[in-house]
Design a protein around this ligand. Sequence first.
Ligand SMILES: C[S@@+](CC[C@H](N)C(=O)[O-])C[C@H]1O[C@@H](n2cnc3c(N)ncnc32)[C@H](O)[C@@H]1O
Length: 254
Amino acid sequence: MPDSSLAISAAQPELARQAAELAAELGLPLMAQRPGAQAVLTLSAERLALVATGPDAPGPIAVDFAAGSLRHRRRGGHNEPLGRAVGIHKWPGLSVVDATAGLGRDSFVLADLGCQLTLLEREPVVFALLRDGLRRGRLSEDAWVAQVCQRMSLLRADARDWLAGQTVDVVYLDPMFPARRKSARVKKEMWLFQQLLENADSSAGLLEAALSAAQKRVVVKRPAKAPALEGEQPAFQLPGKTVRFDVYLPEGDR
Ligand SMILES: C[S@@+](CC[C@H](N)C(=O)[O-])C[C@H]1O[C@@H](n2cnc3c(N)ncnc32)[C@H](O)[C@@H]1O
């Protein structure tokens, strides 16, 4: 989404100052300066949400770790392959850098399995939505949600820069767009990522940076039938119906 189509606004007048601070932090205009914005990052007392304005626009997008959609993934659920891919059975409690954090769901699943997560997100709007979701998650009345969110820490960074010179256990990469399924949630996220990332060359160099930093594994989420990321063959794959996990090992273990 070109910067000119995005703006920030406060849902209540008493939040105007906070909205102005957020606009300055993210380098985005306030609604008053950009009245024709196609999407508005709206700050209310409850949450931060991205609200699209066009006729075919999807509903508001916000990060909510207490939502039902994450509940069925509790303790692995159908996502156990993600836990196996990072090696949770071999190294319980290991540290994982989610270098393409997005809306944080995969990170939440890994944190629920006991991993310590560092989330990296470079897109300001996605970062702001995720930071707000994590803040609310840590304060959740649901002790499970609060505990899982305590194991997640978020940084605004381009992973390629952040990973240079770092030593970490596991790097997790999910540079892909959400699969083309019909659920309203997937449609909203497709819309968000496609708008935000339309000009971004998001995956070039990521795998190389991840491989240079990871001591145990690099795990890449791919559409089930897609070629390996950057044509680099993994040590092994964990296939699933719609996605698979490609696992790369550090040089000495290959
Ligand atoms: C498909 S989404 C990830 C979805 C995530 N796995 C989830 O469960 O919500 C990819 C995200 O990676 C971010 N991204 C892409 N390249 C990046 C980079 N080099 N550094 C940091 N973030 C990056 C994008 O901004 C986008 O938000």
